[in-house]
Design a protein around this ligand. Structure first.
Ligand code: AMP
Length: 210
């Protein structure tokens, strides 16, 4: 299945996409993860992307569309994939639609005040990308990933100014995708509040997989 999780920063897309990908045996493709790895490898594209990411702004469409197009051509995408964080603008959705139309888009909705507190407490594993929260889902040992044992870190863009900017960009540029995909008959809306396991059950229900 070719599907995507849509939702504001902090809505839980990464956490849910990881679990869906494990269960469905198809890759999770996160443009944020791909961009962060280009930043840490200091590639030319990574250095350009970093200027936008540090400010909480979207990386230009042509850069992101290029990396996704390359990634989706890989063999492991033949049976489908779960896109997480792409598309984020109508031009990105139009480009994707031209070469790989999505079969399902799940819009995970969480109220803004909760998004801010989730992002402020988020901790991510620097090796496997597993996501924790200092209050609502802390790791068993502080600062250490339960999944692979490596170190957890706080993303540099999970600070108050950047969070505000990212939420603003989401509202103006990404939220319109909900109607865009509804018009194409593939949108499912899901309540993203509560325990991750409850949200997961709602998503699999909406996808008809429960
Ligand atoms: P994320 O990990 O999905 O929260 O993404 C982190 C940052 O990477 C975003 O704030 C953007 O700067 C950039 N980014 C990720 N995906 C996209 C995309 N599809 N389009 C433009 N910028 C993106």
């Amino acid at each position: 299945m070719r599907m995507m999780l849509l939702g504001a920063p902090g809505a839980g897309k990464g956490t849910q996409a990881q679990q869906l990908a494990d269960e469905m045996g198809i890759p999770q493709i996160s443009t944020g993860d791909m961009l962060r790895s280009a930043v840490s490898d200091q590639t030319a594209m990574g250095l350009e992307a970093k200027r936008y990411m540090d400010l909480g702004q979207l990386v230009p469409d042509e850069v992101v569309i290029g990396i996704v197009e390359d990634r989706l051509a890989a063999d492991d995408c033949e049976r489908g994939y779960i896109l997480d964080g792409f598309p984020r603008t109508v031009p990105q959705a139009e480009a994707l639609n031209a070469f790989a139309p999505l079969e399902a888009v799940v819009d995970v909705h969480v109220p803004e005040t909760e998004l801010v507190s989730r992002l402020c407490g988020r901790r991510t594993c620097k090796s496997c990308g597993a996501i924790f929260h200092v209050v609502s889902s802390p790791p068993s040992r502080e600062g250490i990933c339960d999944r692979c044992g490596d170190e957890l870190y706080q993303r540099s863009d999970d600070n108050e100014d950047s969070i505000r900017e990212r939420l603003g960009q989401y509202k103006s540029k990404t939220a319109p995708l909900s109607d865009w995909y509804e018009g194409r008959g593939v949108l499912k809306r899901v309540d993203g509040t509560g325990k991750p396991s409850d949200v997961y059950a709602r998503i699999t229900d909406a996808l008809g997989r429960s």
